[in-house]
Design a protein around this ligand. Structure first.
Ligand code: SAH
Length: 375
């Protein structure tokens, strides 16, 4: 076989329809294949019983189905969290996590190998960006976890996952087209049927992409990694803030709110003695007051090489109390899977390569200019 096979998970339903039509197949064939892929989750063309043998062979000659091979798996002692190291076709790896709650089963999915944004407290940021994932590689992680859950529960038809968060390795809005395509594929009503409202994109705060997302005809949720209410502090934690400072970020959020009417979540990793003072909670409340938002406090998870500690419970509660006094809805994120490094900011996959970093540059005039890339 000289031609390189393509990953079938990279095609959305319309593309699959176009392909099969170009092969002279009747229109219902695409729906059949789609159901095998996204309802029955088969990984072998031979299992697609209702397709003619010749079509199965033709598909197998041009496409592969698997896009993420499990290389290691760990289960948390809390009994509710599992993490997989998944290998991609080119030998790079990503991590993906399953979190079980009383009424939810959430998959946390990676969108890039590494990440370019180098947030000071995040393990993935230490890798630099190796590459974007394709839509199919993003979809494949979800389907891998779904299969694992179904295998354990011995169910075959019904979807087991209830939510997907794009909060694993990488920055969803810097791999915009592939992430949105994956969302559309997973949302498709003839296939996996994950409600868009049950999927959340978390961003480091890429202003142009937030504005673009405001116009997507998809009800997907948006979470903003804020972590500090002032520019000086935020830039020290989230370097891209030098390029997209809080004022610009909040303008984009207001724009998003106006166009979508959907509540935006603000994530705030709480670092003892760094950003957890009640005066900062006051500043945060001022920043968010009157907006349709929700604040999610995340006591910092430990990351190798970082000197910081998560805020203790009392400080988290005191911080939350200030926000509540200002009538801001607040939740504290449940800490899960820390013993297997499956918590927020702990995902990391060994790679032999040095990733690229985006270094925001601020000109002497005080205006912010386009980023430079190093590494
Ligand atoms: N690139 C996206 C997704 C990142 S992970 C983003 O920046 O939003 C999801 C969340 O975990 C982000 O809010 C991120 O800032 C946060 N996070 C990173 N490292 C963390 C750590 N060590 N402890 C707690 N939260 C962390």
């Amino acid at each position: 076989m000289s031609e390189q096979k393509r990953a079938l998970y990279n095609l959305d339903r319309a593309e699959l329809q176009t392909l099969l039509a170009s092969w002279g197949e009747p229109t219902f064939r695409a729906d059949q294949v789609w159901e095998w892929l996204y309802r029955h989750l088969v990984t072998d063309f031979e299992a697609m019983h209702n397709l003619p043998r010749a079509l199965r062979a033709r598909l197998a000659a041009h496409f592969t189905i698997e896009g993420a091979r499990p290389r290691a798996e760990r289960s948390s002692s809390d009994g509710y969290t599992r993490k997989w190291l998944l290998e991609l076709a080119d030998g790079e790896h990503v991590e993906a996590v399953l979190m079980e709650y009383e009424r939810r089963r959430t998959a946390c999915i990676s969108v890039q190998v590494g990440c370019a944004f180098a947030c000071a407290f995040c393990a993935t940021g230490q890798m630099g960006l190796i590459r974007n994932l394709s839509a199919g590689e993003i979809v494949a992680q979800v389907l891998h976890i779904e299969r694992e859950v179904r295998a354990l529960e011995k169910t075959s038809g019904e979807r087991a996952l209830t939510n997907i968060v794009f909060m694993g390795m990488g920055e969803p809005l810097s791999n915009y087209a592939n992430v949105l395509k994956a969302v559309r594929i997973l949302n498709d009503e003839a296939g996996f049927r994950m409600g868009a409202r049950r999927m959340t994109l978390s961003t480091v705060g890429l202003v142009p992409a937030i504005r673009r997302l405001a116009h997507e005809p998809l009800q997907v949720n948006l979470a903003i990694s804020l972590h500090a209410p002032t520019d000086e502090l935020r830039t020290s934690l989230v370097p891209i803030n030098a390029q997209y400072p809080i004022r610009e970020l909040m303008k984009a959020v207001r724009y998003y709110l106006e166009h979508t009417g959907r509540r935006v979540t603000f994530e705030y990793a709480m670092i003892a003695g760094v950003n957890d003072d009640e005066s900062l909670a006051e500043a945060l409340a001022q920043l968010l007051s009157g907006l349709l938002v929700h604040v999610n406090l995340i006591p910092l998870n430990p990351v190798p090489g970082s000197p910081w500690q998560g805020s203790d419970r009392r400080q988290v509660e005191a911080f939350a109390a200030v926000l509540r006094r200002h009538r801001l809805p607040v939740t504290v994120r449940v800490r899960r899977g820390i013993d297997i490094a499956a918590g927020c900011g702990q995902l990391y996959a060994p790679t032999g390569r040095q990733g690229r970093r985006i270094v925001p540059v601020r000109e002497r005039t005080g205006t912010y200019v386009a980023s430079r890339t190093t590494g």
